[in-house]
Design a protein around this ligand. Structure first.
Ligand code: F0G
Length: 456
């Protein structure tokens, strides 16, 4: 098979810092063994997140100069609004400072105390907003999504029986909307099939329940449909995306991922009444509905990024780069979540470090060990990220105890991916020597961001 390369060339470069082992050791201890707390200046290859870490194109950088910074009626907002309408196809759009800004507004307006919000696995901020507004999150993803070893093309799918069972149990009037993530971040960046989106939408329509997408990585999901679902191979990603979103009533969007920008987001919907009520809350929390927490230049960059993201060459390479990393790990027998997802490769820390119990935080420990070995920064997505049960105060105990190697968009080359592979292979050789951690500081909410640890 012929090899392919990045569908772009490099115009500006950023020098990476390369610390010694001793310096990394010091930095890690200073950070309380939490990769979130390591100074970015001490990181060589930063795979903490794909959020806001995108490299912008020359067209985006050029457009910054044309940003209209008017407090009201900015023409940059008009351009962003038009881009969302053209590419996503919703009737109404409101700007927010990032994804969670949209989640806040949607949750406040739709959720009543005692409601249930079903979703295909939780996301941290999304669930936090649902719970803060009095809802109980209910996981309706297929069982297989909780098993890292099962290889399925659409492992982000909803189990319709679980959704039906919830409707039967609590009643449709207690379910303000279904939150459907496309792709599913914490399941390993796994996509949802078009068939499943359609089925969920039809079932919900029959009960007058709205379907709101978490569209954060929707372009990646669209590519997987093109690649894996029958009947889509010859369609453009842009056309597939439009069809996907037609099976929803609206979405929350973190622009920091599939809109190819460093900050921004939006809330979109087809219902005029929800739009009008949302606009009132945008004014309270985000700013005027013509900027919503973004500067004019941010909105210009996002308007362009939204269109660049649905370029078939861009998205094909994006997914291929994640696969370039993951496939080498698979070939070497490293336990990772299967299949390889859209934005990240997830190490299965339970299988990598079988000698550690979940209370010894295997994923947190592995992320710390990886940084120490090579300066590669990753993120825990296991028991620490899952937090505590709001009723019992016990740890939530997710089946998945993962280390996420998240690939920023258009930032690193495949050579960087190879360096990451080498480090992980070296760690796997000496895995028996990797010890666990104990938590010495635990924040009350979203604890993973600021928790501190010490080696056991
Ligand atoms: N939904 C999903 C699926 C996400 O992955 C994120 C952010 C959000 C919503 C919230 O968006 O950060 O713009 O407020 N995920 C980042 C990550 C933080 O690293 O996975 P935001």
């Amino acid at each position: 098979k012929r090899r392919t390369a990045e569908p772009y060339k490099i115009k500006s470069v950023e020098t990476l810092s390369m610390l010694s082992y001793d310096e990394r050791h010091e930095s890690l201890a200073r950070a309380g063994y939490n990769t979130f707390l390591i100074d970015s200046d001490d990181v060589y290859i930063d795979l903490l997140t794909d959020s806001g870490t995108t490299a912008m194109s020359d067209a985006q950088w050029g457009a910054l100069m044309t940003g209209d910074e008017a407090y009201a009626g900015s023409k940059s907002w008009k351009r962003l609004e038009q881009a969302v309408k053209d590419v996503y196809g919703y009737n109404y759009v409101l700007p927010t400072h990032q994804g969670r800004g949209a989640e806040n507004i949607l949750s406040q307006l739709k959720i009543k105390d005692g409601d249930y919000v079903p979703g295909n696995m939780y996301f941290t901020t999304t669930r936090a907003h649902q719970e803060m507004n009095g809802a109980t999150f209910v996981d309706i993803i297929i069982d297989e999504a909780h098993d890292p070893s099962i290889d399925l093309p659409f492992k982000g799918n909803v189990d319709l029986k679980k959704l039906q069972a919830l409707i039967d149990k609590v009643g449709a009037e207690k379910i303000p909307y279904v939150c459907l993530a496309v792709t599913v971040n914490l399941a390993g960046g796994q996509p949802v099939s078009m068939r499943n989106m359609k089925d969920v939408y039809e079932l919900c329509q029959s009960y007058s329940i709205d379907v709101m997408f978490d569209a954060t990585r929707c372009v990646e999901n669209a590519y997987f449909i093109k690649d894996r679902e029958e009947g889509y191979a010859n369609q453009t990603v842009a056309a597939i995306l439009k069809e996907m979103l037609s099976y929803s009533d609206g979405c929350t969007m973190s622009g920091k991922k599939d809109c190819l920008v460093n900050i921004g987001g939006f809330l979109a919907m087809n219902d005029e009444d929800l739009y009008i009520r949302s606009r009132e809350l945008v004014v309270v929390y985000e700013g005027m509905p013509s900027y919503g927490g973004m500067s004019g230049r941010d909105m210009e960059a996002m308007a362009i990024g939204i269109r660049e993201a649905v370029d078939d060459h861009y998205i094909e390479h994006r997914i291929a780069q994640v696969r370039h990393l993951g496939q080498q790990l698979l070939d070497a027998g490293i336990p990772i979540v299967k299949p390889i997802g859209g934005h990240a490769v997830f190490l299965d820390a339970r299988a990598f470090l079988p000698h550690l119990s979940q209370e010894e935080f295997p994923a947190q420990s592995l992320a710390a060990a990886l940084y120490l070995d090579s300066g590669v920064r990753s993120m825990e997505r296991g028991i620490i990220s899952a937090g505590r049960d709001i009723k019992t105060g016990e740890h939530n105990r997710p089946n998945l105890e993962l280390v996420r190697l998240t690939i920023p968009r258009r930032v690193y080359t495949n050579n960087h991916m190879d360096v990451v592979v080498d480090s992980i292979l070296a760690l796997y050789e000496k895995r028996d020597w990797i010890s666990g951690l104990k938590m010495v500081y635990e924040p009350p909410t979203l604890r993973f961001f600021n928790a501190r640890f010490e080696p056991l």
